[in-house]
Design a protein around this ligand. Structure first.
Ligand code: G3P
Ligand code: CA
Length: 232
């Protein structure tokens, strides 16, 4: 039987629906994925919103910095096909019965990392979830701080272009559950090394069947892609 890693929709079912929106998440769930990934950041009035870019132009009809707008201003925008930018609270509520959520703490530039971690924890603690959200980030100090604030939360170390030994060392230090590794950096050797340290490995972003096959052969634990329909 073919080995099947977990299937995770990247920014929801973003290949076919507006990324990081209620619709993209609902369509991912409908497809029967094991989970979906989403990005969070803070609005100007410190509300946790679901959004990827630093600026509004690519995915909305607005312009300027996301962090320069209040939640009320962001809610007026069209995030694609009439979809609104969701808050984290709305998203947690909508998917309290599953699937698994993989939440990326998204930082642009060199801002302070603690406010987003604190706001995330506060929002999460207000919503009972069947599957507690798992967190990832390229911002390692933020992950280290998160681990100090929550001893049990699932953390995946997001990394690119870093020596793999330092990735493994950091993951051990913060008792991470695993690694989110770029497809270009996946190899059977690295996955074996991670598994020996009891870390899972998820590959991103897997957007075609050939790459998916390579990741499967390397025995990754999960694949994260924009077109989960192509990866089943
Ligand atoms: O899941 C990891 C992946 O989402 C990181 O890259 O740019 O798509 O947020 P990006
Ligand atoms: Ca992301």
């Amino acid at each position: 039987m073919k080995y099947k890693p977990l299937l995770v929709a990247h920014r929801g079912f973003s290949g076919r629906y507006p990324e990081n929106t209620r619709l993209a998440f609902a369509q991912a769930k409908k497809l029967g994925v094991d989970g979906f990934e989403l990005d969070i950041q803070l609005s100007r009035d410190k509300k946790v919103i679901v959004f990827h870019d630093e600026t509004l132009e690519r995915t909305t009809n607005g312009s300027g910095l996301v962090g320069g707008k209040t939640l009320a201003e962001l809610k007026k925008l069209d995030a694609g096909g009439g979809e609104k930018i969701p808050t984290l609270a709305e998203t947690l509520k909508q998917f309290k019965d599953g699937p698994q959520l993989y939440i990326e703490l998204k930082y642009h530039g060199k801002g302070e990392y603690k406010p987003l971690v604190n706001a995330f924890l506060k929002t999460r603690d207000r919503q009972k979830m069947k599957y507690p959200p798992v967190i990832c980030s390229f911002n390692w100090p933020a992950l280290e701080y998160l681990r100090k604030r929550d001893k049990n939360i699932g953390i995946e170390v997001l990394h690119i272009r870093k020596p793999f030994t330092s990735v493994l060392k950091f993951a051990g230090k913060i008792k991470a559950w695993g690694l989110f590794t770029n497809t270009k950096e996946i190899s059977p050797k690295k996955v074996t090394l991670a598994h020996k340290q009891d870390l899972n490995v998820f590959a991103w972003t897997v957007n075609d069947r050939q790459i998916a096959a390579r990741c499967r052969l390397a025995m990754v634990d999960g694949v994260i892609g924009n077109y989960p329909d192509k990866l089943r």
